[in-house]
Design a protein around this ligand. Structure first.
Ligand code: ADP
Length: 480
């Protein structure tokens, strides 16, 4: 146990337990040890949190952007100073290797910095009027109270990506983190507290997802739901938001293809495919799900890839030389197994890995796995595996591989490897995805828009686009 934390609910500047005194245990997925007990809140706590956020809205939105900016900037500084401590907490509750956790904390801090800078740049417009006796203004205003619901795969950066632009825009927030990873959320709120955030501006409710969700959805004071998670829950939130016609920003599932053309730098393509697939053990919504490799280079590419996969060390995230940690839970491990069994049953060949890792490790560990002889009807080619499995399929021409890459309900991220600039542009334009990486698999940065199309979501996080989600454009029409 790191600590027994029962006061994990933060409302109007006060840490508190659930009214029912109920708690929920957080486990380390690498060791299965219980690491903390957090408060299990529900309707009553969420209602109070919404009231606090609603009350704080007028004074927070009244501040100048520069004043809000100072708090975000301070929070960014504290977060960077405490990277090592925060990374350890993140790895302990989530499992990812410590170096990845430290990278995530730095990325989370970069969103605080970017939106600290952006807070004083939410520009309006003066429209040239078609009527001489009128003047027309467009003024950006914060949408109001925001309900933010975040997942366990990036327990820190998914929070700052939402909270930082919301606060910069002048919104107030009720945050519900994933039950698997509330400790990182608690730390982020403590940092904002230390940075001087006024009471009620950000509130945290841990506990019953359904009860918290329903309370956010049914409150007319919550004007926007910003969510990262599964497409299934995203669709539910969308349906239920209809009653109050709430704004929505949804970052949902993906099924990213990587296309390796015959003119690619194969060494780079293999290294980056590996980095994309095995980052966070495949538990990333933009990580590669399927690889299409040109038939003329498939053998060479697969050989290069296997050489690199062999070098990956699976283990406890807290051990310095670990490349792959555990999967988050039993359900995740079972899903990987189901996808593998389905692929093998339909004729796939296991080129490397292919089984759970036993031995000394207690948690949900899985061998990094590479599959060939892949057919389009396999689960791995259609659903998010969210685990360390790479299916490789050959292709012969550009048009057919683009069709295959686009043949999915998802549209979050796609990647291509080519040294031909014309092809890079041509294919990027044709891929039906919100994000395309050309010889690059790390497109999530604070200054750029991140978001999917089709069933991968609505709206953008990051860059000045990310601010727009939290602003309404009010039109003021003036007769003079
Ligand atoms: P995953 O399967 O990756 O855990 P989910 O979409 O289930 O993805 O979870 C993402 C976030 O959504 C988590 O914080 C989870 O607790 C929350 N969540 C799940 N179901 C609901 C719900 N009915 N209402 C509100 N939030 C929910």
């Amino acid at each position: 146990m790191i600590e027994t934390l029962v006061k994990s609910i933060f409302i109007d500047g006060k840490w508190q337990t659930a009214e029912s005194d109920q708690t929920e245990t957080v486990y380390n997925p690498a060791t299965m040890d219980a690491i903390a007990d957090v408060s299990y809140g529900g309707k009553a706590e969420t209602k109070k949190a919404i009231d606090a956020a609603h009350k704080a809205f007028s004074s927070w939105s009244d501040l100048t952007g520069r004043e809000r900016s100072k708090i975000l900037y301070k929070a960014h500084e504290i977060m960077l100073e405490e990277t090592d401590r925060l990374a350890k907490i993140l790895t302990t509750e989530q499992g990812k290797p410590l170096k990845e956790a430290a990278g995530e904390i730095k990325s989370a801090a970069s969103f605080l910095l970017w939106y600290a800078e952006e807070a004083s740049r939410s520009y309006g417009e003066w429209l040239p009027s078609s009527i001489k006796s009128k003047r027309m203004l467009v003024i950006p205003q914060p949408v109001g109270v925001v309900g933010a619901i975040t997942p366990w795969n990036f327990p820190a950066s998914m929070i700052t990506r939402k909270i930082a632009p919301a606060l910069a825009a002048g919104c107030t927030v009720v945050l519900k983190p994933a039950p698997e990873t509330p400790l990182s959320a608690i730390e982020i709120i403590k940092i904002l507290e230390r940075a001087g955030l006024p009471n009620g501006v950000v509130n945290l409710v841990t506990g019953d997802a359904e009860a918290i969700g329903t309370t956010l959805l049914t409150s007319k004071n919550v004007r926007l739901i910003t969510f990262t998670g599964s497409t299934k829950v995203g669709k539910y939130l969308m349906r239920e938001s209809a009653n109050h016609v709430k704004k929505l920003s949804l970052e949902l599932g993906g099924h990213a293809p990587i296309i390796v053309f015959d003119d690619a730098d194969l060494e780079k393509a293999a290294a980056m495919s590996l980095a994309s697939k095995f980052r966070n053990n495949g538990q990333t919504c933009i990580c590669a799900n399927r690889l299409y490799v040109h038939e003329s280079v498939q053998e060479k590419f697969t050989k290069l890839l296997i050489e690199k996969v062999r070098e990956l060390k699976v283990g406890y995230g807290l051990d310095a030389d670990t490349d792959l940690g555990p999967l988050i839970n039993q359900q995740a491990s079972q899903k990987v197994q189901t996808h593998l069994d389905d692929a093998v049953e339909k004729g796939a060949r296991i080129v490397y890995g292919g089984k759970r890792l036993n031995g000394d490790l207690n948690g949900y560990f899985y061998h990094p796995t590479v599959l060939s002889e892949i057919t389009d009807d396999m689960l791995v080619m259609n659903e998010e595996t969210f685990g360390p499995v790479i299916p490789i399929q050959p292709f012969s021409d550009e048009d057919s591989v683009i069709n295959k890459a686009n043949d999915t309900d998802y549209g979050l991220a796609a990647y291509i490897f080519t040294e031909n600039t014309s092809r890079a542009i041509r294919v990027s334009e044709k891929l039906e995805y919100g994000i395309v990486g050309v010889n690059d698999v790390f497109p999530a940065v604070a200054e750029a828009p991140f978001g999917g199309i089709k069933q991968s979501g609505i709206g953008k996080e990051g860059g000045h686009y990310g601010m727009h989600e939290f602003l309404e454009m009010k039109f003021v029409s003036m007769g003079i």
